[in-house]
Design a protein around this ligand. Sequence first.
Ligand SMILES: Nc1ncnc2c1ncn2[C@@H]1O[C@H](COP(=O)(O)OP(=O)(O)O)[C@@H](O)[C@H]1O
Ligand SMILES: [Mg+2]
Length: 226
Amino acid sequence: MAIQFTDCSVRFGQKVALHPLTLSLSEQRIGIIGLNGSGKTTFARLINGLVKPSDGRVIVNGLDTVADDKAVLGQAGFIFQNPQHQLIMPIVREDIAFGLKNRGLSGAEIEAKTDAVLARFAVSHLAKRRVHELSGGETQLIAIASVVVTGPKILILDEPTNQLDLKNRRLVASTIDGLEQQVLVISHDLGLVEDFDRVLLFHEGRLIADGPAEQTIRRYHEEAGC
Ligand SMILES: Nc1ncnc2c1ncn2[C@@H]1O[C@H](COP(=O)(O)OP(=O)(O)O)[C@@H](O)[C@H]1O
Ligand SMILES: [Mg+2]
């Protein structure tokens, strides 16, 4: 099981957001770092088909993100940089249940899965809360729960600790730690990825370092000049 990029590039009009890239990702924990606008989100969105390659292709666990786009969405769950934008229903448990609709499950099965995921992430007490009244940390946990409940094999989190206080940051970090899926995390919070199996560094749309966390993070400091 792996994510395979082959000669994959992305252009938005004249702008090259990602220069041609060939690589395979099979590690359980992968960090993605780099300056603002370096192409991190574009790279990550290619994996679940939210962005399509302008050239080349991306194969995720044997599925092509263009030809098999619907199946790929089920394989790779994405937690957005602003997770409040992905909470669709007004109440927490409705939002989590929403992701399970149209899957041929009975109402009782949907209830049971919703309860189980809320309990698993220790957020059962939030079940009846309004999603737009949650704190930043709570919003992040509910967003993760609402994606995990749908059963993806890969989880991609875009800056999950952005704007969280120390306590919520720790809570989200330990939640990520406990995920059994292959996890890719985009982060400016370098502590979050420092013990990951592999870290990728992007700079101006190019992958410029790829290896052990310590080595890639050191390169990032050199590149940023601080
Ligand atoms: N939908 C889009 N349309 C036009 N340009 C985009 C779009 N998405 C990203 N870009 C541009 O591509 C570059 C890389 O963006 P992005 O992948 O979001 O970077 P990062 O996540 O590292 O901040 C930036 O210059 C950004 O402005
Ligand atoms: Mg981004």
